[in-house]
Write a protein that binds this ligand. Sequence first.
Ligand code: PRT
Ligand code: ZN
Length: 283
Amino acid sequence: MLRLAIQKSGRLSEDSLKLIRECGISFITSSLKLKTESTNFPLEILYLRDDDIPGYVADGVADIGIVGQNVLVEEGKQALTVEKLGFSKCRLSLAVPKSDQYESVQDLNGKNIATSYPNLLQAYLNEQGVEAHIHTISGSVEIAPSIGLAEAICDIVSSGSTLISNGLKEVERVFKSEAVLIANDTLSEEKRRILDKLLFRIQAVQRAQKKKYILLNAPNDKLQEISDLLPSIKSPTILPLAEHGWSSLHSVVNEDDFWEIIEKIKDAGAQGILVIPIEKMIV
Ligand code: PRT
Ligand code: ZN
């Protein structure tokens, strides 16, 4: 059985559980439980504080874990990153009071900076050749300038609204992060095989999330033009409609190109366009 550590409650929890469920892995959750076993896959889930996950994986208490790259790098524990998971995207940024004059990172020389990420911040300051005083605090970092604890902060930013509501402006991006699947670097062969199975499913789920299935009707003389606009896995599926001279065309499109493609195929004569989410995609 493979042991997976995920965050018990916080910003990573819901998406971590959702991903495991989308992989067809069933388990019973309870807010009181600290671990559960899957009923249909050799997986045990441990629920932990996110900060503890890299250490548990490095020590082999858990075999794999889901954690933000910010926490993984900050903790500096030995663990392999096996897959980027694409959720909980955020950045670690430096911010100063909105009214401050700020030209470059050199302005932070000799300043006090409050953060919960001293290691990531120190590495960045070293790289930039800046000497500043780092004050490590565990939370409410954004209020540090207004209470006189520091002139600048270094904290996680997502939408940026927390900075704005605290009268701060983002001035430098220190680190980009998203959730990743990590693994202990000395897994047994049997556990590695289970991890490979899990990874195969995760990749199928992730591939599907970026794609949409598209169905449309078109007159036969427009099919070639429309097909050329639709980059599909191999080539689009074309089925004749009951109405003479018309066909139904099925294909897969990238979510990113989606609106641009829709406009073009409409202009080319496509009608009755349906766009459907894909649950899993095996290639
Ligand atoms: O209790 P536990 O220790 O497990 O959880 P935690 O409180 O330490 O972490 P949690 O649940 O807040 O975050 C878990 C992970 O989610 C982080 O390590 C990041 O990898 C990721 N993540 C993504 C975020 C955010 N987005 C985020 N916006 N982590 C924190 N924030 C906070 C940030 O600290 C700031 O206070 O949200 C605020 C900024 O958000 P915006 O949208 O206003 O910019
Ligand atoms: Zn934490």
